[in-house]
Design a protein around this ligand. Structure first.
Ligand code: SF4
Length: 396
């Protein structure tokens, strides 16, 4: 039976090849706030945001970063046999507030036991040169900036009370990528006022930006949010699972093959979720997405294959936008709210196609085990089937 993960460039696979071991992201609450909650932009926040700010809540329980780390890594070591970890500053907007606070928090991370990387979650309007420089200077092999872009459409961003526009998102992505940060863009399907084509236009917009990872979320309704009030008043209806799975299965083939898929659907806390009920069962949703991809004979990047590493344009082509800023494929138009003519982008760094431990002069991967070699063999076999994957010969 087909290994369902091979149709996508998933984070788990990327990290296994990168480090030769299972790597687990550890959610941390560093006690930051958000300008969209503290009254600077608004007090209500985004319509879907509850007072936890998408966090674990452990920070509110008074645990320090080190204590949270001990709790989570102990749990993951027991339940998932993980020994390597990425610190994920998840709650609220982690580059917001005094820069000394950010400096202090980032200073704690590199000495946490088992850490191999960091992911800093924030809003596009909360990053400036100084903050990006600080994050980019983290002495860790994997450093990601996770940006909540959500939509390419200014009308939607206003409707969900984001407090920034698509131009701010573009600036933040480009400024972070220019510093060598790996940018993970968050996108939401099922936003109020949007249809499927609007969502796919946002996917195409992200695809043209220098992003290295994407997280897809289906919009769900949590208690204590503005969206909950709209849902109760009959003003908002969440997507059905089948509609959501269909949208993601249509989005993935349009996404550059080297982009790391970090999430296929959201994962609401059971005690917060009001609707839709299917959001509780993440496995069923991801299984349906994989099933649709298989039924349709497609995979991530198939629709942009002529620019992909193994596509007709050859190994040199990495699916990067051409000079007009378009991805050089099906001629998608610019999304409303996006800059009409984005400037040309530099080629993505080499690690897009080549696991970094293979790069000349790179530090060898942390674990060179039989399991790690088995994963590489499995990956090489998958490469023979799916052109979005690229075999990496020894010595490259
Ligand atoms: S930016 Fe994030 S933390 Fe701030 S209100 Fe929106 S969802 Fe909540």
């Amino acid at each position: 039976m087909e290994n369902t993960t091979t149709r996508l460039h998933l984070l788990a696979t990327y990290l296994r090849l990168r480090f030769g071991a299972r790597v687990q992201k550890v959610p941390l609450d560093a006690g930051f706030s958000c300008p969209n909650r503290d009254g600077t932009l608004s007090r209500g926040g985004c319509v879907f945001c509850n007072p936890r700010g998408s966090g674990s809540g452990l920070g509110e329980d008074g645990l320090t970063l080190e204590e949270q780390w001990t709790v989570w890594t102990g749990r993951y070591a027991r339940t998932r046999n993980a020994g390597l970890f990425i610190a994920y500053l998840q709650s609220f907007s982690n580059t917001y507030g005094p820069i000394d606070k950010l400096r202090h928090v980032l200073g704690v991370l590199p000495v946490l036991p088992g850490i191999v990387g960091a992911a800093v979650g924030t809003r596009p309007d909360c990053v400036d040169n100084e903050r990006l420089d600080l994050v980019a200077a983290l002495p860790l092999p994997e450093v990601w900036l996770e940006l909540g872009l959500q939509s390419a459409h200014d009308a939607t961003l206003a409707r969900i009370n984001r407090g920034h526009d698509a131009a701010a998102s573009e600036r933040a992505v480009r400024d972070a990528a220019a510093r060598g940060l790996r940018v993970c863009a968050h996108l939401i399907a099922g936003l109020p006022g949007e249809n499927g084509d609007d969502f796919l236009a946002s996917v195409d917009w992200v695809n043209r930006l220098p992003v290295h990872g994407v997280k897809f979320h289906g919009l769900y309704v949590c208690e204590h949010t503005a969206l909950a009030r709209q849902w109760r008043a009959g003003e908002y209806t969440p997507l059905e699972r089948e509609t959501y799975a269909d949208l993601i299965a249509r989005a993935l083939p349009r996404l550059r093959p080297e982009i790391v898929i970090q999430r296929l659907t959201g994962d609401p806390a059971g005690d917060e979720l009001l609707a839709p009920d299917w959001a509780k069962d993440k496995r069923a949703t991801t299984a349906r997405i994989h099933e649709l991809l298989a039924q349709r004979g497609t995979w991530q990047g198939k629709d942009v294959a002529k620019d992909a590493p193994n596509g007709p344009n050859g190994r040199g082509g990495l699916g990067v936008p051409n000079e007009s800023g378009a991805p050089g494929t099906s001629g998608t138009s610019g999304a409303p709210g996006a800059s009409p003519a984005p400037p040309a982008l530099a080629a993505p760094p080499a690690w897009f196609a080549v696991p970094p431990h293979r790069l000349p002069g790179a530090t060898p991967r942390l674990r060179d085990t039989e399991q790690a070699r088995a994963w590489e063999t499995e990956y090489a076999a998958a490469c023979a089937t799916f052109p979005h994957l690229r075999p990496v010969p020894d010595g490259e």
